[in-house]
Design a binder for this molecule. Structure first.
Ligand SMILES: [Mg+2]
Length: 265
């Protein structure tokens, strides 16, 4: 007999969850992968990340084995992602979903006229020592890993700069960013899951930062699951400790990274 009581889903509680290792990657998966902090270790600046030599070819091979249903979903511009994984060439969502490439030659962009925002930030945030202002065309990010004490000042300057624009401010690991309102990694996953070869498969989102939670939520709402990389609150059902463990999970036996089974829970 039904009691009518709605059970609370602890996965959706967005509270810290015990580390749970994900099951082996299914050949039925639609795989959505964040890049920085997920596939590669974070660096002091985005242009300083180190991509393991084996990674591009292994990603391309995995893309083929999933019948094309593998996409990178990153805050980076597509050009930046492409350069980092060349000669691999994959479906991708760049700038948090503002730029979507479902297949080679099929790219759509939700551009926003950013006007003088970048100029404004350059002026307000002088001196720029240890700051990186990244104009991505559809969004602007200020990376401050090298000057964490300036976070309040940067946040205030960006809030001022977005005034009157249809933008929203998001924050990640030592980065503030202005991006088009209503566009996020979740909308990117939803758009990709509506198209071949992603549709009809099991969505899996892997990410390390707060901006990945939108993608994790959509993957889980569509019957799949999310994998949180590293520490921090997440709605993800599973967790891996670091990019080396992600690579070990994605490429068991092929990649000289640590396997999830080698991690302590
Ligand atoms: Mg990341």
């Amino acid at each position: 007999m039904k009691t009518g009581r709605k059970l609370q889903d602890p996965i959706c509680s967005n509270h810290p969850i015990p580390a749970m290792r994900p099951p082996p990657l299914s050949s039925r998966a639609s795989l959505f992968l964040d890049f920085d902090g997920t596939l590669v270790d974070l660096a002091a600046r985005p242009d300083l990340v180190v991509v393991p030599d084996e990674l591009p070819a292994l990603l391309q091979k995995l893309h083929m084995s999933l019948d094309g249903a593998l996409a990178l979903v990153s805050g980076r511009a597509l050009e930046s992602l492409d350069a980092l994984i060349a000669p691999a060439y994959l479906p991708a969502a760049g700038v948090h979903g503002a730029v979507l490439r479902t297949a080679p030659g099929h790219t759509s962009t939700s551009m926003h006229a950013l006007g003088d925002i970048a100029d404004c930030l350059y002026q307000r945030l002088q001196p720029l020592t240890n700051l990186v202002i990244e104009d991505k065309g559809a969004a602007i990010a200020v990376h401050y890993r090298g000057a964490p004490q300036r976070a309040p000042e940067i946040e205030a300057a960006m809030r001022c700069a977005l005034n009157g624009h249809s933008l929203e401010m998001i924050s990640g690991k030592f980065v503030f960013e202005l991006r088009p309102r209503g566009i996020n990694k979740g909308t990117a996953v939803g758009a990709l899951m509506a198209t071949a070869p992603f549709s009809g498969r099991l969505p899996i989102f892997v990410g390390d930062d707060t901006t990945d939670e939108d993608g994790i939520a959509v993957a889980q709402a569509l019957g799949g699951f999310g994998i949180k990389v590293g520490e921090g609150r997440s709605a993800a059902r599973y967790r891996l400790p670091d990019p080396a463990a992600v690579r070990g999970w994605l490429f068991p036996g092929d990649f000289p990274g640590r396997l999830p089974s080698e991690e302590t829970p």
